[in-house]
Ligand binder design. Structure first.
Ligand code: PBG
Length: 331
């Protein structure tokens, strides 16, 4: 046989690693952590095996568990003590994320990123204040549910500032309101937090893969869905336009969410922008591998590793993932 090209030559042991194009490090990962102001003991999240909501008193312990695996960054989500139509507990000085952040920053070396959104804090579960005519009539809201963009920006500014004041290292607005990055950047700068970066959930799709998270963080919309603010899964070009706006408004890190079903978007943003690209390997992506593994149909460790490698290969610099601790411990 006279074959000039034999790609298998480089697939032999000992040379495979020399020519591998992509590697994963524990420092690529951000581990989501759920802090729950309504409990004084840890509560397992059924649809996300291995994850728990922890009371404020255990937030530091929980973060220390993450740090032990080599992962250095956490993303904090809060379940507040009470909810109301405006989500006012989201910017309370003694709010769940503010309190947990103060303790984590004081007692650990973790890099603390906070999710800046309202859906866990509003009683209707939407990511902001509802438009006036919908506030009273749930039937009408169900049909056309729309969040009041500009009123919500004011809330997001207050949340971001309160997180930074509590010591958050980075804030991550996830509500998909127009102008949210610019509003938050301006508010942080006015309050003296010009060194706190903004990681925008820049291309966040209206995805069914968030299901388990909504159990975990108790942030499911009470009616309607999020299609009037999160992106349509059909659109890839729109992601470039949407993300370009966040860049103009001062976003430091650009996130795509979910990750696996949107790797084309990760890849095109990687080519289009010089900013660090983050990908959020969401709750449903985690839950489905665990569910299949429970049935004995997949090996969760191998498929998790391959998933994260694929996300990195597509162009992500950092990955938010519920697999962070498990995979980091194996690397
Ligand atoms: C909004 C937010 C959501 C997630 C992260 N931030 C929920 C949503 O948009 O409905 C989902 C994360 C996941 O599914 O893992 N605060």
């Amino acid at each position: 046989m006279d074959l000039t090209h034999r790609p298998r030559r480089l697939r032999q042991d000992r040379v495979r690693d020399l020519v591998s194009e992509t590697t994963l490090e524990p420092t690529d990962f951000v581990a989501p952590v759920f802090v729950d102001a309504t409990t004084d003991e840890r509560i397992e999240i059924e649809s996300m095996p291995g994850h728990e909501r922890v009371p404020i008193d255990e937030a530091v312990d929980r973060v220390e568990e993450v740090l032990e695996t080599g992962v250095e960054a956490v993303m904090l989500f809060g379940i507040p003590i009470a909810k109301d139509p405006e989500g006012t507990r989201a910017w309370a000085d003694d709010g769940v994320v503010q309190e947990a952040t103060r303790r984590i920053v004081a007692e650990t070396d973790a890099y603390v990123i906070t999710d800046v959104c309202l859906c866990e804090y509003t009683d209707h579960g939407h990511c902001g204040t509802l438009e006036e005519e919908l506030r009273t009539d749930a039937d009408d809201a169900h049909a056309t549910c729309t969040v009041d963009n500009d009123a919500t920006l004011e809330s997001l500014e207050k949340i971001a500032v309160s997180h930074a004041a509590a010591g958050a290292d980075m804030v991550a607005p996830s509500g998909m309101m127009d102008g949210m990055v610019g509003a938050i950047r301006g508010a942080l700068d006015r309050e003296g937090f010009e060194n706190v970066p903004v990681m925008s959930y820049a291309a966040k799709y209206e995805s069914a893969f968030y299901g388990p998270f909504r159990d975990a963080a108790d942030g499911a919309p009470a009616f309607g869905d999020r299609r009037h603010y999160q992106m349509d899964p059909a659109n890839a070009r729109e992601a470039i336009r949407e993300v370009a706006l966040d860049v103009e408004e001062g976003a430091d890190v650009l996130m795509v969410k979910p990750a696996l079903p949107y790797l084309d978007v990760v890849s095109s943003l990687r080519r289009e922008f010089d900013h660090p690209i983050a990908a959020y390997n969401v709750s449903g992506e985690y839950a489905m591998l665990h569910a299949a593994a429970e049935k004995g149909w997949l090996d969760v460790e191998e498929t998790a590793l391959e998933s994260l490698l694929s996300i990195k290969r597509a162009g992500a610099d950092l990955i938010l993932t519920y697999f962070a601790e498990d995979v980091a411990a194996r690397l």
